[in-house]
Design a binder for this molecule. Structure first.
Ligand SMILES: *Cc1c(COP(=O)(O)O)cnc(C)c1O
Length: 379
C-alpha cells in the first residue's frame, strides 16, 4: 500500500459489529467477561481500548513500523521512552530541541540519575565522541525546533548501531509524509500528534512507533504501568486527522515555500530558516531524507530587536499568535518568550534562538492572504 492510501486505510478494518467504516468511539472503561478471564481481548481501557487500538495501528502503518502506541501528550510519549533507562545511563541529545523535551530531560530525569549531553548533531565525530559504555539512547529531532537544523538520520543510526544504542527521532515537524525515520535506521519514532497528525488544533496527544517486538513489549508495559494513555474520543479525532495528512501536508509544503521565499526577499528580514533553500547548510541531506520541506519557517529581523519582533507578531491578523504548530490554520510564535522561555537565555542563544526570532507554522489558507498578512505586519 502506498503512503496516501495508508493514511486512510492503514491498519484499519471495518468494525466487526455493524460494519461501521470508522471505528466507534468505545467510551468505556471496562468490558464484560463471561467467566473470569473470558473476554474478547479487552479487559480495562488503560491497558487496551478498541478505538485507541485502531489509531495505534494507523500510527504503525504510516511510519512503516510494526507497533504503535498512543499517549495523552507528546511529552508523555517522550517520558515513556526515558523510562526504558536506569540511573547511571547516559543520553546524547541534540541541543536544538523542543523546549518541553529539554525541560523533561533536565528537570525530571537528571534528578533520577540520568546524564544528558546536549550537542550539535551536524557532525558524526562529535556525536561519537560523546558515546560512553553507559550511553543507552540518542535523541534526535529533525528538522529541529525552531532553527530548522537537519540531522542526517542514516549517519546517526549507523553510530547508534555500532555502539548498540537506541536511536529515537522526534518526527513531529516532518511527519511520515515527508520523512520516515524507521526506514532510515531509527529504532523509535516519536510524535507530538497534537501537531500535524491531529492537524486541527483540537487534541493533545503523543505517539511512539517501533519495529522491534521486544522494544514494543517494554514500551507497552511502561504505557500500561505508568498510565499516560489518551482517551477514545481523542483517538477518534486523531484517526480522522490522519486520513487527510497527505493532502494537508502537500498544501503546508506549497505555502511554506511561498512564505519562505517572500521573507528571504524582504528588506527588513535578516535570516530565514527553511531547509528548502539551497543555501541551507544541510539542504542536500534534507533533500535526500525528506520528500519535501514542510510548512515550518523561522526568521529574524535586521537589527535583532526584541520589541520589533513582538510588534510583528502582534500585528499579524491571519497568522494567530499562539503556541503549537501543525494545524490547518497559520500560527506565529516568538520562541524566546514562548516555547523556549524555559531554556536559559545563554543556552538558547547558542543555538540561534535570539530575541527577534519568529517561528511560523504556515497553514493551508490561500497563500495570497498569508503573504498580504506578513506584508502588513512587517511593514
Ligand atoms: C509539541 C512538541 C512536543 C511535545 O508534545 P505535546 O503534545 O505538547 O506534549 C515534542 N516535540 C516537538 C517537536 C513538538 O513540537
Amino acid at each position: 500500500m502506498k503512503f496516501n492510501t495508508k493514511t486512510i486505510h492503514g491498519g484499519q478494518q471495518h468494525d466487526p459489529a455493524y460494519g461501521s467504516v470508522m471505528p466507534p468511539i468505545y467510551q468505556t472503561t471496562t468490558y464484560a467477561q463471561s467467566t473470569p478471564g473470558g473476554h474478547k481481548g479487552y479487559e480495562y481501557s488503560r491497558t487496551h481500548n478498541p478505538t485507541r487500538h485502531a489509531l495505534e495501528n494507523a500510527f504503525a502503518s504510516i511510519e512503516n513500523g510494526n507497533h504503535g502506541l498512543a499517549f495523552g501528550s507528546g511529552l508523555a510519549a517522550v517520558d515513556a521512552v526515558l523510562k526504558l533507562l536506569q540511573p547511571g545511563d547516559e543520553v546524547v541529545s541534540t541541543n536544538d530541541l523542543y523546549g518541553g523535551t529539554y525541560r523533561l530531560f533536565t528537570k525530571i530525569y537528571e534528578d533520577f540519575g540520568i546524564k544528558f549531553h546536549f550537542i550539535g548533531m551536524d557532525n558524526s565525530d562529535r556525536i561519537e565522541s560523546y558515546i560512553t559504555p553507559d550511553t543507552k539512547l540518542i535523541w534526535a529531532e529533525t528538522p529541529t525546533n525552531p532553527m530548522m537544523n537537519i540531522i542526517d538520520i542514516v549517519s546517526v543510526s549507523k553510530i547508534a548501531k555500532k555502539h548498540n544504542v537506541l536511536l529515537a527521532v522526534d518526527n513531529t515537524f516532518a511527519t511520515p509524509y515527508l520523512q520516515r525515520p524507521l526506514d532510515l535506521g531509527a529504532d523509535i519514532v516519536m510524535h507530538s500528534a497534537t501537531k500535524y497528525l491531529g492537524g486541527h488544533s483540537d487534541v493533545v496527544m503523543g505517539a511512539l512507533v517501533v519495529k522491534n517486538r521486544d522494544l514494543a513489549e517494554r514500551l507497552y508495559f511502561i504505557q500500561n504501568a505508568s498510565g499516560a494513555i489518551c482517551g477514545p474520543q481523542d483517538a477518534f479525532l486523531v484517526l480522522r486527522g490522519i486520513k487527510t495528512l497527505h493532502i494537508r501536508m502537500q498544501r503546508h509544503c506549497e505555502n511554506g515555500k511561498v512564505v519562505a521565499e517572500y521573507l528571504a526577499n524582504h528588506p527588513k528580514i535578516e535570516n530565514v530558516y527553511w531547509p528548502g533553500f539551497e543555501s541551507h547548510p544541510k539542504h542536500d541531506i534534507a533533500k535526500s531524507q525528506m520528500s519535501d520541506f514542510g510548512g515550518m519557517v523561522s526568521f529574524t529581523t535586521k537589527g535583532n530587536d526584541y520589541k520589533e519582533a513582538i510588534k510583528i507578531v502582534e500585528n499579524l491578523k491571519i497568522f494567530t499568535l499562539a503556541e503549537s504548530l501543525g494545524g490547518v490554520e497559520s500560527l506565529a510564535g516568538h520562541p524566546a518568550s514562548m516555547t523556549h522561555a524555559s531554556i536559559p537565555k545563554e543556552e538558547r542563544e547558542k543555538t540561534g534562538v535570539v530575541d527577534s526570532l519568529i517561528r511560523l507554522s504556515v497553514g493551508i489558507e490561500d497563500k495570497d492572504d498569508l503573504i498580504a498578512d506578513l506584508k502588513q505586519a512587517i511593514g
